[in-house]
Design a protein around this ligand. Structure first.
Ligand SMILES: Nc1ncnc2c1ncn2[C@@H]1O[C@H](COP(=O)(O)OP(=O)(O)OP(=O)(O)O)[C@@H](O)[C@H]1O
Ligand SMILES: [Mg+2]
Length: 521
C-alpha cells in the first residue's frame, strides 16, 4: 500500500500547530483505516482493534517519543498554565474564548503528533472516532486545564470535530433547524432558520483555518480551490450544496454558502403545511407528472425550485428509467431506477470539462424514459427541449426567472446565447411544443416560499407563445412581522392538456378548476 507510507510522511512533516489535518490525511489516503500510536497509558480494551494497532512509534519511525506516565495523570504544577484563566472569573468573555481556543489547538496538535497512519488497522469510522476520543480525553486530562465538566466535554467534541469533520461548522450542521449557512470570511457566519437570517457567534480562527475547511469539503468530491480556480461548487456528505469563493475574488476572506437541502429535504406534507401550494394544485401536478407533461420550474435564487423538483419527481412511477443531470448532485429521488450524472469542471490545465450539454447528449443514448436536469443555465437548454420533443416526455428542469413569461424569455435567451441561429418563430415553436407547464416558485417578503403560478403553455399565436394561468397566488399585503400574506385562487380555466391527461388515464374532478379562492394564509 504505497499511499500509506506517503500519507505518513505527509503527516509527520506537518507543523504541530496545524489543527485541522489528520482527517484530511485519513480521508485522502483513500480509506478510513488508520492506526495510531499513543504512548501514554490508555483505557483501550485489550484486543480492541485500536489496542492491537498501538506500538511505540519511536522504535519504528524515529519520531519523538513522549515519556510514559503511570497511574492517574497529574497536572504539571511547575509549568506556566495557559488555561488557568478558563476557570477563574475573567472580565472578558473574549479572552476566555481565546484561551479555550489556544487549549483546543494545543490538544489537537498533540493529537496530530500521535497519529501514525503507517500502523494501519482497518477501523470503521465509528470505532476510530470512539478510540480517538479516548486519546483526546486523555490529552485533556494531562493538561492542567481545570475545566469544568461541560467545558471539558465541549473541548473534546470540538477537537474531534476538527479532526473528523468540518471544525466550527459541525456545530451548525448538527442543528436541523438551520436551512442555510452563509460564511462571509472567518468571523461572520450567518444562518437561516424558517426563512430568517441571523448572525451566529461561531467563528473560524482565521482565514487560513476557513480555507482548510473549504479544502476539506471540496477535495472530498474531487474538486479543488486555489488561486487558479478560486470558485467551486461542491456538496457535503449529507447532500447539502456548497459554493465557495476565495480571495482574491472574495475581498473580505473566503465566502462559503451552504444550502442544507440534502440533510432535511422538505416533503410534500411539509410544503402543504407551509402553504406553499394547495391540495388542488398538488392534484394537478401529480396528474401532469403521471400524464407525462414536460414541465419547467421557474424561480429566483433560493425560491424552492429544487425542493419542488424533488417533490414532483416523487410522483414518477417506479417502473420508469430516469436520468438526472446536475452540476452538484442534490436531487434525492425515491425511485430505484435512477442514473445520476454530475458535470465536471475543467482540471488545472483547463482540460477534461464535461458540461451539462455533453451529459444531456449522452443521456439520450442511455434509453431514458425521463430526463431531469437540475437547472438549465446554458446551451443544454436546446438539447433539453429537443429531448422533450423527441420521446422523452415527462421531463423536468428548473430555470432562473421571476415569472412564467420571463421563464420563456430566459429559455430563448439561453438558446440564442449558445450561438444557435434559429429564427425567433422557429425557436418559439420549439419551446411551445416542448413545454406544457410552467410552475413558478417565489420567495416572498419575510421568507415564505410559494408556488405563485401554475401556467399552461397553450401554443403559438402568430409569433407569440400563448400561456394561461390555471392557479395563482395573489399577495394581499404584509403582516405585522413583515411577512407577506395572500391567497391562492383558481382562475376558472380548465387546461387544454386535460384531454391528453385523460387519454393517459388521469382524471381530475371538474370542481378542481372552478373559479374561486382556494386558500388564504
Ligand atoms: N415552501 C417552502 N417553505 C419553506 N422553506 C422552503 C420551501 N421550499 C424550499 N424551502 C427551503 O428553501 C431553501 C432553498 O430551497 P431550494 O434549494 O429548493 O431553492 P432553489 O430555488 O433550488 O435555490 P437555488 O436557486 O439556489 O438553486 C431550502 O433550505 C429549502 O429547504
Ligand atoms: Mg436549486
Amino acid at each position: 500500500m504505497p499511499h500509506r507510507g506517503a500519507a505518513w510522511v505527509f503527516a509527520s512533516s506537518l507543523p504541530t500547530t496545524d489543527t485541522t489535518l489528520p482527517a484530511d490525511i485519513l480521508f485522502r489516503a483513500g480509506k478510513l483505516c488508520v492506526s495510531y500510536i499513543f504512548e501514554a497509558e490508555l483505557a483501550f480494551s485489550p484486543g480492541s482493534p485500536c489496542a492491537a494497532a498501538i506500538q511505540d512509534p519511536a522504535s519504528r519511525s524515529g519520531r519523538r517519543s513522549v515519556p510514559h506516565r503511570t497511574g492517574r495523570l497529574q497536572p504539571k504544577q511547575t509549568r506556566e498554565n495557559t488555561m488557568r484563566s478558563l476557570t477563574q472569573p475573567v472580565a472578558e468573555e473574549r479572552s476566555k474564548q481565546e484561551d479555550f481556543e489556544t487549549l483546543k489547538r494545543k490538544i489537537h496538535s498533540k493529537l496530530v503528533d500521535k497519529l501514525d497512519l503507517s500502523r494501519v488497522g482497518e477501523l470503521e469510522g465509528d470505532v476510530l472516532r470512539r478510540e480517538i476520543r479516548l486519546v483526546v480525553e486523555h490529552l485533556c486530562d494531562t493538561e492542567d486545564t481545570m475545566l469544568n465538566r461541560n467545558e471539558r466535554e465541549r473541548l473534546i467534541e470540538e477537537v474531534l470535530d476538527e479532526t473528523f469533520g468540518l471544525g466550527p461548522l459541525e456545530f451548525l450542521l448538527k442543528d436541523t433547524s438551520i436551512s442555510d449557512i452563509l460564511i462571509n470570511g472567518p468571523k461572520h457566519i450567518y444562518v437561516e432558520r424558517r426563512g430568517k437570517l441571523e448572525k451566529t457567534n461561531v467563528t473560524f480562527r482565521d482565514n487560513g483555518h476557513l480555507l482548510q475547511i473549504i479544502d476539506r469539503i471540496v477535495s472530498k468530491v474531487g474538486r479543488r480551490v486555489d488561486e487558479v480556480c478560486p470558485m467551486v461548487d461542491a456538496r457535503l456528505q449529507d447532500g447539502s450544496r456548497v459554493n465557495a469563493i476565495i480571495p482574491p475574488l472574495a475581498l473580505d476572506g473566503a465566502a462559503v454558502s451552504i444550502r442544507r437541502f440534502g440533510s432535511n429535504p422538505l416533503k410534500l406534507e411539509d410544503l402543504l403545511n407551509y402553504k406553499a401550494f394547495t391540495p388542488e394544485m398538488v392534484m394537478l401536478l401529480e396528474g401532469a407528472i403521471k400524464g407525462r407533461l414536460n414541465m419547467v420550474i421557474s424561480g429566483g435564487t433560493g425560491s424552492g425550485k429544487t425542493t419542488l423538483l424533488n417533490t414532483l419527481s416523487s410522483f414518477i412511477p417506479h417502473d420508469q428509467r430516469i436520468v438526472t443531470i446536475e452540476d452538484a448532485a442534490e436531487l434525492q429521488l425515491q425511485q430505484e431506477h435512477v442514473v445520476r450524472l454530475e458535470t465536471r469542471p475543467p482540471n488545472i490545465e483547463g482540460k477534461g470539462q464535461i458540461s451539462a450539454t455533453d451529459l444531456v447528449k449522452n443521456a439520450l443514448r442511455m434509453r431514458p424514459e425521463r430526463i431531469i436536469i437540475g437547472e438549465c443555465r446554458g446551451p443544454e437548454t436546446l438539447d433539453m427541449l429537443q429531448a422533450m420533443n423527441t420521446g422523452h416526455e415527462g421531463s423536468l428542469t428548473t430555470i432562473h426567472a421571476n415569472t412564467p413569461r420571463d421563464g420563456i424569455a430566459r429559455i430563448e435567451t439561453m438558446i440564442t446565447m449558445a450561438g444557435f441561429e434559429l429564427p425567433i418563430k422557429a425557436m418559439r415553436q420549439q419551446i411551445a411544443s416542448a413545454v406544457q407547464l410552467i410552475i413558478q416558485a417565489n420567495r416572498l417578503q419575510g421568507g415564505p416560499r410559494k408556488v405563485t403560478h401554475i401556467t399552461e403553455v397553450v401554443g403559438m399565436e402568430q409569433d407569440t407563445i400563448v400561456m394561461q394561468d390555471i392557479y395563482r397566488y395573489v399577495q394581499d399585503g404584509i403582516d405585522e412581522n413583515g411577512r407577506a400574506h395572500g391567497h391562492f385562487e383558481s382562475t376558472g380555466i380548465r387546461p387544454n392538456f386535460m384531454d391528453r391527461l385523460e387519454g393517459a388515464g388521469v382524471r381530475l374532478p371538474a370542481s378542481a378548476f372552478r373559479q374561486r379562492v382556494m386558500m388564504t394564509d
